[in-house]
Ligand binder design. Structure first.
Ligand code: GTP
Ligand code: MG
Length: 310
């Protein structure tokens, strides 16, 4: 489940994540497949991002993609040695749902699905996190609403969760170690409640992943658009459209989901797999897949939940 207010970059992340992962993993026994609709929509979103943005004169004055309407299910299947292994759905939401009334039908549907989610991706606007004044930063990312939404789910009696804090729009702070620390510090200050909660949780692990979904658009200053304070970005003419690290959230998500799936197989299924010697190959492939995760991200909560061992 993707969570985060409107415009933080949920759909952009999903499109670039899918594109990156389907491009890089040719020799893995795991293959990521999307249903026809999901493939077409995400491919179209990716192409839209890449073509608009490569025009040298482009100035990002508004969102590149149309805002998402309601809740959209993006369906995928993971194959293992060409056989279906795991079906999964990414729910992309209209960020407005985070602010809507409890009685709204989309909010009710959203909460039902959130309750079933194994992996939760909170997308965070990095520019507002670092440069926004408290009001602006709050209105862009709503850390308090996210805390209220997620804290009931992360309790000890609930299923294990992986929570990914994915920071977008942070190209300007990924250039050196000091500015990366500035980003991390801003996150830890504004998400303090969440981090304190995670410190006590044994069945949740969280990873902080800054990504470049565009790579060539950088924050410059805070200005006014229609008399509303806005983060202003410019297109860097010397940089190409180049998503970076966007496969990482998906790798963390899939490794976690596969591990949970493998542990939750029925006794009979486990026995049959043992009999046919299917376990070893699977576990080996899972370890290999998990090793492609970068290890330099900050982890909160119970780190042993994301360990994948032979
Ligand atoms: N500079 C920069 N801009 C980004 C990045 N990710 C997204 N954006 C910009 O933010 C805009 C909004 O992104 P979306 O992906 O549509 O946001 P969303 O969270 O899906 O929004 P809703 O569907 O309205 O909830 C995009 O069109 C881009 O212009 C990023 O990593 N860097
Ligand atoms: Mg969207």
């Amino acid at each position: 489940m993707m969570v985060g207010p409107d415009g933080v970059g949920k759909t952009t992340l999903l499109a670039t994540m899918y594109y990156e992962l389907s491009r890089v993993d040719n020799d893995s026994p795991f293959t990521l497949m999307a249903t026809a609709d999901t493939h077409q929509d995400l491919q179209a979103a990716y192409e839209k991002l890449s073509t608009i943005i490569t025009q040298p004169t482009f100035t990002p004055t508004g969102p590149l993609l149309k805002g998402t309407a309601g809740i959209i299910e993006r369906q995928f299947q993971l194959l293992f040695n060409r056989n279906p292994e795991l079906d999964f759905i990414f729910c992309d939401i209209a960020g407005g749902i985070i602010r809507a009334e409890e009685t709204n039908q989309d909010v009710i549907d959203f909460k039902t699905r959130l309750n079933q989610a194994t992996v939760i991706i909170n997308v965070i606007d990095g520019s507002a996190l670092v440069e926004g004044d408290p009001t602006l930063a709050n209105s862009k990312n709503e850390p308090q609403s996210i805390y209220e939404l997620l804290s009931p789910l992360l309790q000890p009696d609930k299923q294990p969760h992986l929570l990914l804090f994915v920071i977008t729009k942070c190209e300007a702070w990924l250039k050196n170690v000091e500015s990366q620390q500035q980003l991390e510090h801003a996150f830890e200050t504004q998400y303090e409640l969440m981090i304190n909660l995670l410190a006590e949780m044994t069945n949740t692990v969280a990873v902080l992943i800054p990504v470049k979904t565009l790579g060539c658009v950088e924050f410059t200053h805070i200005g006014y658009q229609n008399q509303v304070k806005e983060m202003i970005f410019v297109r860097k003419p010397n940089l190409p459209f180049q998503p970076n690290n966007t496969d990482q959230p998906l790798r963390y998500a899939l490794a976690f989901a596969l591990q949970q799936h493998n542990q939750n197989r029925s006794k009979w299924n486990k026995f049959m797999r043992w009999l046919w010697n299917e376990n070893t190959a699977f576990q080996h492939a899972l370890v290999q897949f998990a090793e492609e995760r970068q290890k330099n991200f900050k982890i909160y909560g119970n780190a042993s939940l994301i360990e994948v061992t032979k």
